[in-house]
Structures are given as C-alpha cells and as structure tokens.
Design a protein around this ligand. Sequence first.
Ligand code: ADP
Ligand code: MG
Length: 540
Amino acid sequence: QGLSARNTNEILQLYSSPGQQQTLQRNAIVTQLHRAIQRLKQDLKNLHSFALELSKDFQHQCKTYLYQVLTVVQRIQLQNEAMQMFQLKAFDLQQSLQEVTERYEKEKHKRRALHNSLVELRGNIRVHCRIRPLLPFDTAAGHTVPQERQRNFSEKVAYAADDETILVKCNRPGHASINKTFQFERVYNASESQDTVFADVAPLLTSLLDGYNVCIMAYGQTGSGKTYTMLGPQLEKNPVFSTEDESELGIIPRATQEVFRLISEKPPGSYLVEVSVVEVYNNEIFDLLAKDSCGRVYGVKRDVVTTREGKSDVPLLTYETVENASEFLQLVNKGLQLRVRNPTLVHAHSSRSHLVVTLTITTIVSGDNFGISWEDELTSQKLNKEVSCTVPQKIRENKSTFSSRASSPASSETTEKLKQIKTKLQLVDLAGSECVGMSGVTGTALRETSFINRSLSALADVLAAIAEQRPHIPYRNSKLTHLLQDAVGGDAKLLVMLCISPHQKYLAESVQSLGFGTRARQVQRGQVKKKNLPVPSKAK
Ligand code: ADP
Ligand code: MG
C-alpha cells in the first residue's frame, strides 16, 4: 500500500539522490517495503493454505463423485444385464406366443373343419352374422322410433367380440344393462368386406357342382344390409345394382361368377345354367322373368305346388338359360326393376318382398360315368321320370325346352346313355323382419308388413317344427316357406346370413334377428343328400 502511494520513478529518484535527508527517506521506504513484503508473505501463506484446503476439499469431493459415478455405472451395468435378460425372456415369450398363436390358428381350423363336418352330418343350418357399419341415416332424427328408444342416440350396441361371437349391449331404459352374446359359424364386423363375406360362401358353390342343393338366405330388419350383402350397393331409386365397382358386388353376382368359373374348369358342354327370379309379395309369387308376347318382361303371378315326390315346384315358372355371369346380371337386373318397393319410414327404399333368385345347374352325365349312388337312387327312389334325353350340344341349342319347362329342378331324368342331374342354388333376399310398430306404416304398407311378418313367422314355425322333429312341418302356411321347402326342409346346404344394424335404436330388432339365427342353428335335419353325380375324379 505504501509503495503504491509513490510511483516507481519517484523511488528511483530517491535512491539516486545523495544526502542525509534522502538516506532517512530511503530507510523509511525500505522499512515500508519490508513490511509490505512481510504482509505479502503472510498473504501468500494464507493463500497457500487456502489453496491447500481447497485442493483437499476438491480431492475429497472428486473422490465422492467418483465413487458415486462408479456406483451409478455399476448400477447401469446391472440394469443393462437385467434388461438383456428381460429382452431374452421377452423374445422367448414372443416366440412361444407366436407358436401358441400358430397352434391356436391350426386348432381353430381343425375345430372349424370338425364343426363343419358335424354341421354336414347333422344337416344343421349354417348361420353367419354380419354387422353393418353405423351409417348417417342411423343418427338422423326420425319419428319412426319411440322416444324412449332414441335416448342413447349415437350409441353402437352390437359388436363382433371375435369372428364367431357377437356381443349386444342391452341397455334398455329402466333396466340394468346386460351384455348378451350369440355364437354363430361366423361373425363379420362392420369393416369386413364383401370379399371376405363371399370367401366363406364360396365353398358352398363347390358343393353345388359336386351335386348338393344350396340355399343362401339373408335375414334381418329393413336397412340392416341384406340387399347390400346379397346384391351390392343399390343406386338411388333404382333397384339395379351397378357392376362398375367389382369389389362392392354382393353374394348373388359373385356366386354366379364363381359358378361359371367352376364350370369353365369342367369338360365343355356338360353343364347348363338356368335362372329364375321370383318375388314373394303379399303372399303371392311373381315370376319376374315372365315375358309378354312382345318379349317385354313383366311380373306374372304363379303358384307353388308340391309334386308327387314331395318337392315344391312352381309350374310355368320362367327359366332363362345363361352362358355367363354378365348375361345373368342383365336378367336379374331386368327382374329387379319389377320388384315391388315401398318406402317405409325406416329406410327410404326398403324392399317389401322376398326375392328368390334360383340358378339351376343341369349336369349331363354319360352312363359310363354314373357313380354307385346313381344305381342306389334308381332302386331306392323309383322317382325318376323316364325322358328321352338329347346329347348336351342339342340341349344347348334347344334352349326353349328349358326356358319354359315346368319341371322341378333337382330331379333326375334318364335315357339309356345320358343322365341329367339338376342341382339348384337359391339366393334369397328376405323382406325386412322389423315389427309393424317400428316401421310406422299404415294402409297398403301395413298390409305388406303384416304379410311379411306372417311369412317370416311361418319360416320360424317351420324351423321350430323341424327342430322338434314334428311329424307335420307347416310349409304350406305361407308361400315363402312352401317355395323354400326343399332348401329349408333338408334337401340343401342352407346358410342364413343374419344382417344386423349396430345402432341402439334397432336393439329389439337385432335381438329378434339373433334369436332367429340361434334357433335356426339348432335345427338338425339329418345329413344333406348329394345328388347322384358321377364319381368326382371322373367328373373333373
Ligand atoms: P336391407 O336390404 O336390409 O333393407 P340395405 O342392404 O338396403 O338393407 O342396406 C341399407 C343401407 O346400408 C344401404 O345404403 C347400404 O348400402 C348400406 N349398407 C348395408 N350394409 C353395409 C356395409 N356392410 N357396408 C357399407 N354400407 C352398408
Ligand atoms: Mg333390401
């Protein structure tokens, strides 16, 4: 501090100048310097000891941190090892899960195959159930549904729990909510495509060419997707189904395509395909392919009778021969134009009639190819009419014989060398199964609805009678059941496609449909009979 008072030049001057005074001053400076040096030494000492302490402290802290880091590193290493173990375990679990899933899938397929065989043996009716997606008109305010049923407005109540189970949340006002489940051969959720639905139906068509009668019938309330499933989406105010978007086509056009595809794999000229389209409206049967003298299609009333062999038959029904799927689609479209429609309040374009499209396949078999079953049937049934039969090519040329005949399909006709075997594929789009109160209908529509209800309950009665093995099955209580007698009564592989609207406001109808499906599944009709086709290896 003393030194800092004077600058360096001043001190140098003092040292260089002689004299007593200056000596005194120099000494004073030396003393001052000495003191300053002492203080600096002391400061240095302090600083040194401080640095020492700091360094000790630092070392100590370093040690502590190092120890902590080491502990953490050790812990991380342990955790890494544990993680690796877990990863290994997870991998193992994943693998065994995959194995179990694969095994489960295999078992499921086996179980399905066994179930199918059981269904075949018992002659069970197969029931598939399709839940359609929620659609804008579900949530549109309507006066058709009683107030208390509209409360939980946007609620979806029907779900596919898995591919064989449908779960319905029954949350009626004033009641505790309960979940009901129903099991079917197959349950489709709302996102499952027409492709997927058809894939499950296709094997039945192979059966058709193998000599079985087949019937596929869509059941459900109006707006639940029956027509969509059977035909495809329909244009506004036009019953014609468009063929532009192939992926949207329903079972009927796809089944026809498949039948023609299967036929194309067989020897040419050995199959003949005929189509009939009928509608059951107000308990009357209308032939939708009948033509007037000018060749225009118009609906003609027909009757259904039971033949001596106990089969149902529609005399004078028009059968048109078709050679490919597009000819078939044109014909069906023509027929559909005539379909009686009346908008109910549930769905603006509801079909008020049952539509039955029948494909009759006549197989021409030469005598050499007859299987053992043919001989069996000749001796056991003695039903077959002896008809002189032309060779296949001639049959093709002579379409008129077929298109206006009145014989029952699925009958057999013989000559010395040739035999015709007829199998039929019936594709049925039933009218809506909703109750009258729900549709809010009056007048003509009420009459229609009550006929629909009666025919559908006649169908349920027939199924109940078969299930209980009653001696009398009341087929004749309704034209619908009389017409479908052969299919329902055991002479066909029958598939019921239940269609379900998932919305809360259709809960009662959905549960009713599911109940119908459940009862249908329980019907055991005995093994479905195969028509006497030749031994498969020879036919293919
Ligand atoms: P239904 O014949 O039972 O009265 P529709 O087949 O006419 O019912 O179906 C009613 C409406 O719902 C139609 O507009 C139809 O296109 C639509 N729809 C039905 N099922 C489906 C589905 N699975 N996916 C998409 N739309 C559907
Ligand atoms: Mg419909």
